[in-house]
Write a new protein. Structure first.
Length: 95
């Protein structure tokens, strides 16, 4: 019986490496690019329009999980600007 696959949902190579380190004990952990290469198709990127990093991570994880049919791990670190009194910009990828 093969190990279940877990999708690491990020296009960012640095984040993929960090999340890959966290999932090193999971035999079936695949980065988004590895999954897309294996399956021969590109998954549409979910619209991250949440009001917080947590909401955006949840949107990303649920969107990719639904599209790929796999348990999915995602994050959204966004952008925090100390000069703005640590005001967080969860939609920083679209700025």
């Amino acid at each position: 019986m093969s190990e279940p696959e877990v999708l690491i949902a990020t296009e960012n190579n640095h984040k993929a490496g960090e999340l890959g380190d966290l999932t090193a004990g999971l035999a079936g952990a695949l980065s988004l690019s590895e999954w897309e290469t294996k399956e021969g198709r590109i998954l549409a990127e979910p619209l991250e329009d949440g009001r917080s990093f947590l909401e955006n991570a949840r949107i990303k994880a649920c969107g990719y999980a639904s599209a790929a049919g796999l348990t999915t791990l995602a994050d959204d670190s966004g952008l925090t600007v100390p000069a703005l009194n640590t005001y967080s910009l969860p939609n920083s990828s679209s700025v």
